[in-house]
Design a binder for this molecule. Structure first.
Ligand code: NAG
Length: 218
C-alpha cells in the first residue's frame, strides 16, 4: 500500500515534470484554471474593497479601451476577421494589467484597500505567468489583426500623448466588474457554471450594435 502510493506520487511527479518541460509546451488548462479561480476568489470581495473604501462616485481616469466589457469583446468577435480566442485572451491581460496598475496608483500607501488590491494584482500576474508559459513563445510574436494592434498601441501610448477625448472616467468597482465578467466568458472552460454560460451566450446571440463607453455604472 505504502509502495503503491509512493509510486503514484513518483508518477505524478514525473507527469508534472513532463507537463512543465519546455519541449512539450502544451497548454495546461488545469493550472491556468487554478490560477484564474484563485483570482476569481479574490474578486468576490471587490464590492467591499472597491466601493466601501472609496468616496461615493469616485472615478479614475482610464483609456477608453480600458473600459473593456463583454460588449466590446463581442463586437470584436463580429467585426475582426479571423480573430483567435487567444488574441482576445492576450488583450484581456494587457488591458487589465493597466487597469489594476491605475487603481493601485490612486491609493495612498495606507489606504484600507491597498493590500487587497496589491494581492489581487499579484494573483493576476500569477495567472498571466501561467498563461504565457502554457503557450509556445511564437504565439506571442504573431502579428495581431490590425484593429487589435491599434487598440494595443493606444493602451501602451505615453499618457501625455493620449488626446483628451480618449480618456474615460470609471469607478474602480466597475472596472473590476468588467475584469471579472470578461474573464468568465473569455476563459469559459474554467468557469463553466450554467449561469456564466448563459451570460456569455446571451451576448453571442444578440451583439449590441452601438458602443456606449460613457455609460455610467448601474
Ligand atoms: C467565482 O466567484 C464567484 C463569486 O464571486 C462564485 O460564485 C463562483 O462560484 C466562482 N467560480 C469559480 C469557478 O470559482
Amino acid at each position: 500500500m505504502v509502495q503503491l502510493s509512493t509510486s503514484v506520487y513518483l508518477l505524478g511527479g514525473l507527469l508534472g515534470l513532463f507537463l512543465l518541460s519546455p519541449v512539450t509546451m502544451a497548454p495546461t488548462p488545469a493550472s491556468m484554471c487554478t490560477a484564474l479561480k484563485t483570482l476569481n476568489g479574490s474578486l468576490s470581495n471587490r464590492r467591499r474593497y472597491m466601493k466601501h473604501n472609496f468616496p461615493i462616485n469616485y472615478k479614475i481616469r482610464v483609456h477608453y479601451e480600458e473600459v473593456f466589457k463583454l460588449s466590446n469583446i463581442n463586437r470584436m468577435r463580429l467585426h475582426v476577421e479571423g480573430l483567435d480566442e487567444l488574441v482576445l485572451q492576450r488583450l484581456w491581460f494587457q488591458v487589465n494589467r493597466g487597469v489594476l496598475k491605475k487603481i493601485i496608483r490612486v491609493m495612498p500607501e495606507r489606504h484600507p484597500s491597498r493590500q487587497y488590491t496589491t494581492e489581487l494584482e499579484r494573483r493576476f500576474r500569477d495567472a498571466e505567468g501561467v498563461f504565457v508559459q502554457s503557450h509556445p513563445a511564437e504565439v506571442f510574436q504573431q502579428e495581431l489583426p490590425e484593429s487589435i494592434q491599434d487598440t494595443w498601441d493606444h493602451l501602451t501610448e505615453e499618457p501625455s500623448r493620449v488626446p483628451e477625448s480618449s480618456w474615460r472616467s470609471a469607478s474602480p468597482k466597475s472596472l473590476l466588474d468588467n475584469l471579472c465578467h470578461t474573464m468568465h466568458c473569455l476563459f469559459s472552460e474554467c468557469f463553466a457554471s450554467t449561469e456564466t454560460k448563459r451570460d456569455c451566450e446571451y451576448f453571442k446571440e444578440t451583439p449590441p450594435v452601438a458602443q456606449d463607453v460613457t455609460k455610467k455604472e448601474k
